[in-house]
Ligand binder design. Sequence first.
Ligand SMILES: [Zn+2]
Length: 129
Amino acid sequence: MAENNKKQIKGPPASSHSKVWRHFGFYETVDGKALDKDYAICKNCFAKIKYNSNTANLQMHLVRYHGELLSGDNEGKPSQPTIITAFKAKLPFGSQRAQSITKSIAHTAWSRMMDFAECWQHWNRDTRY
Ligand SMILES: [Zn+2]
């Protein structure tokens, strides 16, 4: 078999069960004795993604660059959406759920501003001399 110019991607770590490892692995260190776990390598585009023991960066890379690959990951089984897909999904504009979320955010922001305004008043009053 002809030698490939590209370094081989090894892995994923046996301890990891995350689905993202279908799309990532590691290069070996220069001496070939271990895996360079500072960076995970995307098997689709060979991008080097900084890896710090959690798969958040890898997940983001897949969503951003290979979103089409993620849709098939559930193999037809109904499952809870991942946090990434949940954030990616858009609610129809003006839907009841969208309105309720907007209202809730607006209310929280307003009450925090009121808290802040009250603090500001106290601070202003108490530090006047
Ligand atoms: Zn990639």
